[in-house]
Write a protein that binds this ligand. Sequence first.
Ligand code: AGP
Length: 622
Amino acid sequence: MCGIVGYTGNHQAAPILLDGLSRLEYRGYDSAGLAVRNGEALAEVVKATGKLYHLADKTDQGRSLIGTCGIGHTRWATHGDPSVTNAHPHVSGNCSGSGSGSVESDVVGVHNGIIENFAELKEKLLRHGYRFYSDTDTEVAVKLVDYYYKKYRIGPIDALTRTMVRVRGSYALALMFKDYPGEIFVARKDSPLIIGTAEDAAYLASDVPAILKYTRHVYYIDNLQAARIAPGSVKFYDLNGDEVSLPLTEITWDAAAAEKGGYEHFMLKEIHEQPTAVRDTLNSLLKDGQIDLSAAGLTDETIRSLTQIDIVACGSAWHVGMAAQYVLEDLVKIPVRVELASEFRYRSIPMAENTLVIVISQSGETADSLAALRVAKERGALTLAVVNVVGSTIAREADHVLYTLAGPEIAVATTKAYSAQLIAMDALAVQMAFARGAISPEQYGHFQEELSLIPDKIRRVLEDKERLQWFSSKIVNSHDIFFIGRGLDYAISLEGSLKMKEISYIHSEAYAAGELKHGTISLIENNTLVIGVLTQSQLFEKTVSNMVECRSRGAYLMGITTNGNFAVEDSVNFTVYVPRTDEHFISSLAVIPLQLLAYYTSVNRGLDVDKPRNLAKSVTVE
Ligand code: AGP
């Protein structure tokens, strides 16, 4: 996610802004920028790509930017590749170039979030004479505020509240207006934003760490509220522009805890960010309420021409492919192969005409996946990248790219990026099936409705986390854990097993339940934990039978199934339930308890959950 900071007071703003941004680096970013104004003078905007120290060097550690009021930003690209031009702050003027320097603009601003209807708003503004220098949704938002500010000439809060009514999506906006020196105006919906106060200063930030050094007295601005901050003063407004009051909160966290939003580890924070990551990814694929892949460049005509889909990835991304295979085969009705990238790149796989190779990668930099992408292109396949990092190598080299909007993922063990990939692949399968006439309009509507309910259902699964925390304390000394399932449940078992072993270091294996009797069942001993994923109704009884075979050899059984399947408790020792949903998409729910179980087991074993031994977040070497 992007990071926002703001300051107005008696001290030079730039060094304070740079310090605040440095404490938001954990949020992940690819560029950064500052806008500082010196009294009546217009804001000076400086931006840089890459790490924050490039921006600090460009401004002589902030000393070259004179002024006591300013805003700053670290950008995690969602719309528009990482570049100086796309970096924030953005300005309302029709300037050429990158929007840097002393800007002749009435409004300059920064934004964290996703403006979903930015394209239609951009069209509107173009019709009113605005010109755009960047590819970002943020420039559209800043120019829309300017449009209302000039049209109604009432003031910044009026312009902001009109913008809030017009915009769809999520935002934390911080803006400076030429006519209001020393003041900063903010607006918030769904993206985090806090306001800090001190005797002769006021601060704003996306998160507590950025201002904890200066004040522990903060306001948590509510959704659809705006605020006006000046040195030592803060006023809040509702959507009607009426002044409202908010309680002042004292922060008791230390800085390290604050970076994790109060969670003990980034992994737990990211597990809880999954409803938002899934919702944002899904929303990015919708246009007027329908799935729309035009942003990925996949036309219905191209989709109808396909004869084969190969999915290539590593690790958890490969597990997404394994799950997607079942959904694609069932809905789209064409052959789907899933290959480990490290194998695909060396195999001489005959490539059928009109094959689509989908490369799934959170980082977009995994060496094996990148090599596999290049091999696929050499063999004449059409390629689609499903990645989380805008502008990453895999994203740039694939013919088409479909971005997940999970935001930066800090923990080595992926959770929210995995879930975002899963929902993206489900949406892709539904759209492909409809484009090829493999499903009816009624089915299309049903599947879209079911997908839209997934974020809230994930939230409901997370509410059950204490039971998993309790169960993890029972299994903390396990030596071997087996995850089994059939069909989609097998694909989820793979991810559950990887999560467990990569952060708890307990040996674990995932097995297609029907395979146990072909060897592995010899490993089952007294109290060996066998975890069965049981969400596929057609396969439920068979997997339960496999689990009972294990229990008859001494195994301890945990089952994950859907609400209402209470009969399973006659067979297993510990059951976790997830909400019912269309069985094509239930993987998004069944994986959550497995993530939590792995997390709590690792914590109970006193291990470094976020940075497990021997592992890297992105394996950029072979
Ligand atoms: C999963 O928790 C691991 N971090 C690892 O398996 C990861 O999924 C794999 O290395 C692929 O990374 P990518 O998605 O960035 O390509």
